[in-house]
Design a protein around this ligand. Sequence first.
Ligand code: MN
Length: 207
Amino acid sequence: MNEHYPFVNTPLPYAYDAMEPYIDRKTMELHHDKHLQAYIDHLNLILKEYRGLQKLSLEKLIVNAPCYPRQIQSSILNNAGGVYNHRFFFSNLVNTGEIKPVGELSAQIDATFDNYFKFREKFVNAALSVFGSGYAWLVADQKKRLYIITTPNQNTPLLQNLCPILCIDVWEHAYYLKYYNVRASYINAWFHVINWKQANINYMQFI
Ligand code: MN
């Protein structure tokens, strides 16, 4: 279900107001129901014309993009990336007061960045450094090494052969209603709703 064309917008796994007061209800509604929906609609519209791509998963659509006809390469990457990134972002949120990494991922964060607070500082700086629209990510390579990277627009780490562990969407639509232009406040708020349990699962399942 929903592994390939036609993609559908599955409901959020929590209520729209579940991340209050860190991420407000209205932002969640618009972000999921309008922004993500638009990426899904555009992706389906493109794939309608390309039967050969209709059985491919989002991940396959993205990593195979260099093989596609030039005229659809960027629109597939933008829209499949938009769906993939948003689903990833939404699936990594929880509002249970747990704000520290867990499991093997926690140990690896300490080993890589010295401690959680240094990791956090680096991640915040990366998210702040995104010029215009994009994402900051915690990713792992094939040797389980961790990196903090940023991607512009709807690019994904998959194209760099990196496994996503965690991401923050820093497009203005992700925070403008509540935080206006103050991205730093949004990033700090987001740290209260990171689903570290899920992030640890992401870390373990790719490797
Ligand atoms: Mn977004």
